[in-house]
Design a protein around this ligand. Structure first.
Ligand code: PMP
Length: 407
């Protein structure tokens, strides 16, 4: 383990070096999207200035360079997630797109009337709504794993929910609203015992938790590049080869076919079967640099810095009058939600912004979770590798003043 030089790392993120409303920016909205280091920005520029071309079919030099760079990202992600084969990595627009791919394609082939799909009460809307649409289509049923008061899943309740009727269990690795890290080995083992498949929404885990899809033994794993220092609109789905091969195409058109004729069309092999149309080449090329960035710093070192920040923030937040922490699970990523009695979360967010502190407020695309806590929303501070203790001091000082002013 290595102690990271945060001031040096901050130099790689030009966007951080600015004032917002006359105060130094403290960016704590990393669970929504992280900022991008120079090497990611540079990769985008290099691509557009040097070798922009459409991939796979081109015979000319630029097309070959673009194809090579694009396919290199696949290899890098295959290593990053430790999939067995690189063909098990499908490029998508991100987590939402990856989950929709599975709900629509796996769902079309394998979910039937009377089947059950289990999601957790911690899920982001993007891991709820695709399953609801599928369930309605197929006359299947959705069951929900309840959430305990501290933000952990009720595993005993889960083990009672699961049955031979369960075909899919869709859960996140870490919760975007509360930060809870779920006990995936326990969930996956129980699911596999009844023959159900497991999709993991990895959006909030990728930047913080070491990943190994083979040892996890999940069936699908969905990620977004922009949550771990990469560009928006680029991400991936990992799926086990035997499942991906059985699944019908998701979208259709160019690239996903072998031969097209009006008497019948044959589909391409994986991963291309699931990559119809011209993909987001530039951002996928730059995604590789996000992985390189995380690997250079070391996820362990990143997580260790973030856990120090989280602990420091929780101590500071606990000194604020009438502030209640929401989400206090034992195992968390660096996300802390809170509410303050008698002050609306929007007002807190706005007043913090006036002091240069960027937090997120609202339901964080987890309305069912908020409902189960009997609240409308929270203020959420989420930390990344470039955040500092002094930025947290600004937030805590600001909150102290806000509470004084509002009451
Ligand atoms: N799941 C979780 C847990 C998330 O935090 C997010 C992004 N807020 C998503 C899914 C959706 O990711 P994207 O918008 O990149 O598709």
């Amino acid at each position: 383990k290595k102690v990271l030089d945060i001031q040096e790392i901050r130099k790689e993120f030009p966007v951080l070096d600015q004032e917002v409303n006359g105060k130094p920016l403290a960016y704590f909205d990393n669970a929504a999207t992280t900022q991008k280091p120079l090497q990611v920005i540079q990769a985008l520029e290099d691509y557009y200035k040097g070798y922009n071309a459409n991939i796979h079919r081109g015979i000319h030099t630029l097309a070959e360079r673009a194809t090579k760079a694009f396919e290199e990202t696949r290899v890098v992600l295959h290593q990053f997630l430790n999939s067995k084969e690189k063909e098990e990595i499908i490029f998508t627009k991100g987590t939402t797109d990856s989950i929709n791919l599975v709900a629509s394609s796996f769902g079309r082939r394998f979910i039937n009337e009377g089947d059950e799909i289990i999601v957790s009460g911690l899920e982001h809307h993007s891991n709820i709504v695709p399953w609801q649409i599928l369930a309605e289509d197929k006359k299947a049923t959705i069951k929900v794993i309840p959430v305990l008061d501290n933000g952990e899943l009720d595993y005993e309740a889960f083990e009672k929910l699961i049955s031979k009727r369960t075909k899919m269990v869709a859960v996140n690795h870490a919760s975007n609203s509360l930060g809870t890290i779920n006990d995936l080995p326990r969930i996956i083992k129980a699911a596999h015992q009844v023959g159900a498949k497991v999709l993991v929404d990895g959006a909030q885990a990728t930047a913080h938790i070491a990943l190994d899809v083979q040892s996890l033994d999940c069936d699908f794993y969905a990620i977004s590049a922009h949550k771990f220092y990469g560009p928006t609109g680029a991400g991936a789905l990992y799926g086990k080869r035997e499942l991906l091969e059985e699944m019908p195409p998701y979208q259709s058109g160019g690239e996903m076919i072998k031969d097209v004729s009006f008497s019948g069309t044959t589909f391409n092999d994986i991963p291309y079967k699931f990559e119809a149309g011209t993909p987001n080449i530039a951002d996928i090329v730059a995604l590789k640099e996000a992985v390189n960035f995380v690997n250079r710093l070391g996820k362990e070192n990143i997580a260790s810095h973030e856990m120090n920040l989280l602990k420091y923030a929780v101590e500071g937040l606990s000194t604020i009058k009438d502030l209640k922490l929401v989400g206090t699970a034992a195992e968390k990523v660096s996300v802390q939600s809170f509410i303050i009695d008698g002050v609306h979360h929007f007002d807190i967010g706005q007043m913090l912004d006036a002091r240069g502190v960027a937090v997120r407020t609202g339901h964080h695309c987890t309305q069912p979770l908020m409902e189960s806590f009997g609240i409308e929303g929270t203020v959420r501070a989420s930390f990344a590798v470039y955040n500092t203790v002094s930025e947290i001091d600004s937030m805590i000082e600001g909150l102290g003043r806000i509470v004084k002013f509002m009451k």
